[in-house]
Design a protein around this ligand. Sequence first.
Ligand code: COA
Length: 230
Amino acid sequence: MHHEVGQSAAVTVPRVVVNPTLTEELRAHLVDMWARVTNEGGAVGFVPPVTADDIRPTADRSFERVRQGADALICLVAPNHEKNRESVRTDDRLGSTESAQYERVGVPGTDSDNLSSRGISGPLADERVVAWLLLAQSESLLRRHWRTVYRVQVDPEWQGVGLGTSLMAAAATYAKEVLGLEALTLMTRSGTGAERFYKRCGYREVGRIPGAIRVGPNDNRDEVHFWLDL
Ligand SMILES: CC(C)(COP(=O)(O)OP(=O)(O)OC[C@H]1O[C@@H](n2cnc3c(N)ncnc32)[C@H](O)[C@@H]1OP(=O)(O)O)[C@@H](O)C(=O)NCCC(=O)NCCS
């Protein structure tokens, strides 16, 4: 079972889907996006140049955690005929997800999750994921009142029109209303602009480990820890 957030239909805007079935096709698409995002300078666990083959083993570990129900996969999906961000009105951001109601609530990551159950003929037959992130549950039983946001990425073709902001808002809504969480945390490397993005999404910096991330020779970045009370 997946979960959806309805959107107002004045313009075509991507909508939220949580825990779609991770078919081979969808896995390949997410890995491909991850590689393109990285090669365009995105900070998602790798440094360019990368290929899908470089990313797949890491991605498969994340996808397995989603399948087991430990992590939640939050996606924005757009109709296939919408090719890129030109089809999204920049003044009509998806901030409405904050107040939107989830139409259905179920157990994330179960095998019963599938897109065809809501009338789409085959996985992503008419739609594709244009942005996604994961909400990871801690292994520790003492740390189950919050989750870690990771792999945040918007397809390069769709960046800069508000989808990243909308995705973060959808994740917070899902975390609070469906998962019953009290907070979200995330880590990012310094010097990418991501810090500013997360602050704009309401997160506050709560820690910084100097030079913990080595992205290249003589190029160590701080690991910056952010926190959002829900
Ligand atoms: C970072 C990312 C998720 C933001 O998504 P997006 O859809 O492009 O961002 P939005 O359009 O919602 O932008 C929201 C605001 O953040 C700002 N912003 C977004 N990315 C930024 C960046 N890298 N540096 C500085 N500011 C940024 C935008 O200018 C915008 O500000 P505004 O409201 O004044 O216009 C997206 O650009 C991305 O996927 N980047 C590559 C992957 C990555 O680095 N992820 C972060 C991992 S920690």
